[in-house]
Write a protein that binds this ligand. Structure first.
Ligand code: NDP
Ligand code: GDR
Length: 371
C-alpha cells in the first residue's frame, strides 16, 4: 500500500514542489485548494489527473483553513499518513493589512487541522508537518539563528506563525502526536509568488532586458536574507516526517545576502552591471555597462529606485540560519547556490516575457501586472 499524504497550500510554490516529490516517491497525494473565481492551479496543472479515471494518485479537494468542518471531512475521507500544513496567508507585508485573516488562517487554521486529527482518532497514524518560518526570529537575538534561538516576531504573519509553532509543540507533548515544525528560511524558485522580492526582481530584470519595462521600484535594499531553493526545502520537509523522533528543525543555507546584492546578481544575468548612487529613499541603481549593444536602455539609465510604500512598519533586518541539526540528524543540506538559483529564475522569467513580447508583436493584447 502506498502512503497517503494530504497537503494544504497545494497550489502554492512549496505545495507544487512537494507534490512532485511525493508522487515520485510513490505516495498518493491529496491537496486542498481554495475556491477561486479563476483557475488557481497553474503550478500543479502538469500533475492534474482527470477525475473520471480510476486509481488516481493526485486528488484535489476544495477547502479552506478557516473552515473546520470542511477540514474534518477531508481528513476523515483521506485518512492520511502524513499531513503537510503549507497553507497560509504567506506575505509578511500584506499581513499588516489583513492581520485578523493572517491570525485565523496561519494561526487558528493549524489548530483546526490538529483538532481534526485528534477528533478522528488519528493521533497515532497521522504525522503532521507545520510550515514554520525564520520570521519567528524577527528582531535579531542571536546570529546565526538555530532551533534554540529565542523568537521575537515582527509582523502579524510572524505572530500568527508563532502561535502555530507552539500549538504544534503542544499537541506533540499533550497527545503524543508525531507533530513537527520545520523552521524554514526563505526559499525561492521560478514558481515563487510574483510579489516576493526575489521573483519581483527577476521578473522586472527579464522585462527590462526585453524592453517591456523601464524601472524597478523596491523597498528596503539593506535587508539580509538566507535564500535557498524550494526544491531542496521540500525534500527537508519530507525528511523531517521520516525521522525516528518528532522534533523541530531549522532548514537554511547558512549564507545571507542583501536585497541589493540579489538585484546586482539578477542584472548580471542579462549582461548589465549596476552603479549605485544616493542613500536611503534616494538610492538609485543606474546602468554602468551593458554586454549586449542591442540592450534596450542606454548606460546611465536609472533602472532601480526606492519606493517607501514597500517599507514595512517593523522590519526583519537579518536572517541567517544554522542548519547543523538538520545536516547531522536528517542528512539534509541545501544543494543550490544562490547564484545558480538566481540564474534559473532570471532565465525562466525571460522565457515567460519573450512569449509576451511575441504575442504583443503579433498584435495581441497582453495584460501587464505590476507590484
Ligand atoms: P505560497 O504563498 O506560494 O502558497 C500559500 C498556499 O496557501 C497557496 O496554495 C494558497 O492558496 C494557500 N492558502 C492561503 N490561504 C489559505 C486558506 N485560508 N486556506 C487554505 N489554503 C490557503 O507560499 P509558499 O509555498 O512559499 O510557502 C508555503 C508555506 O511555508 C506557507 O505556510 C509559508 O508561510 C511557509 N513558509 C514559506 C517560506 C518561503 O520562503 N517560501 C519560508 C518559511 C515558511 P492560493 O493559491 O489559492 O492563494
Ligand atoms: P519575507 O520575503 O518577508 O522575508 O517573507 P519577501 O521576499 O517579501 O521580503 C524579503 C525582504 O526584501 C525586502 N524588500 C521587499 N520585499 C518585497 N516583497 N517587495 C519589495 O519591493 C521589497 N523591497 C525590499 C523586504 O522588506 C524583506 O526584508 C518570506 C515569505 O515567504 C514568508 O512566508 C516566509 O515565512 C519568510 O520568507 C521566511
Amino acid at each position: 500500500m502506498s502512503k497517503r499524504a494530504l497537503i494544504t497550500g497545494v497550489t502554492g510554490q512549496d505545495g507544487a514542489y512537494l507534490s512532485e516529490l511525493l508522487l515520485q516517491k510513490g505516495y498518493e497525494v491529496h491537496g486542498i485548494k481554495r475556491r477561486s473565481s479563476l483557475f488557481n492551479t497553474d503550478r500543479i496543472d502538469h500533475l492534474y489527473q482527470d477525475p473520471h479515471v480510476d486509481n488516481r494518485n493526485f486528488v484535489l479537494h476544495y477547502g479552506d483553513l478557516t473552515d473546520s468542518t470542511n477540514l474534518v471531512r477531508i481528513v476523515q475521507e483521506v485518512q492520511p499518513d502524513e499531513i503537510y500544513n503549507l497553507g497560509a496567508m504567506s506575505h509578511v507585508k500584506v499581513s499588516f493589512d489583513m492581520p485578523e485573516y493572517a491570525a485565523d488562517t496561519d494561526g487558528i487554521g493549524t489548530t483546526r487541522l490538529l483538532e481534526a486529527i485528534r477528533l478522528l482518532g488519528l493521533t497515532e497514524k497521522t504525522r503532521f508537518y507545520q510550515a514554520s518560518t525564520s520570521e519567528l526570529y524577527g528582531k535579531v537575538q542571536e546570529v546565526p539563528q538555530r532551533e534554540t534561538t529565542p523568537f521575537y516576531p515582527r509582523s502579524p504573519y510572524a505572530v500568527a506563525k508563532l502561535y502555530a509553532y507552539w500549538i504544534t509543540v503542544n499537541y506533540r507533548e499533550a497527545y503524543g502526536m508525531f507533530a513537527c515544525n520545520g523552521i524554514l528560511f526563505n526559499h525561492e524558485s521560478p514558481l515563487r509568488g510574483e510579489t516576493f522580492v526575489t521573483r519581483k526582481i527577476t521578473r522586472a530584470v527579464a522585462k527590462i532586458s526585453l524592453g517591456l519595462q523601464n524601472k524597478l521600484y523596491l523597498g528596503n535594499l539593506d535587508a539580509e536574507r538566507d535564500w535557498g531553493h524550494a526544491k531542496d526545502y521540500v525534500e527537508g520537509m519530507w525528511r523531517i516526517l521520516q525521522h525516528d523522533v518528532a522534533e523541530d528543525f531549522v532548514l537554511a543555507t547558512g549564507v545571507t545576502t542583501r536585497v541589493r546584492e540579489f538585484v546586482v546578481m539578477s542584472f548580471r544575468e542579462v549582461g548589465v552591471e549596476l552603479d549605485w548612487q544616493g542613500k536611503g529613499v534616494h538610492e538609485v541603481g543606474r546602468i554602468a555597462s551593458v554586454a549586449d549593444p542591442a540592450f534596450p536602455l542606454p548606460v546611465g539609465t536609472a533602472v532601480v529606485a526606492v519606493d517607501p510604500a514597500y517599507f514595512r512598519p517593523t522590519e526583519v533586518d537579518l536572517l541567517l540560519g544554522d542548519p547543523k541539526k538538520a545536516q547531522q540528524q536528517l542528512g539534509w543540506k541545501a544543494t543550490y547556490t544562490l547564484a545558480e538559483m538566481c540564474a534559473e529564475m532570471v532565465r525562466a522569467d525571460v522565457e515567460i516575457f519573450r512569449k509576451h513580447q511575441l504575442l504583443k508583436e503579433a498584435g495581441f493584447v497582453v495584460r501587464e501586472q505590476y507590484e
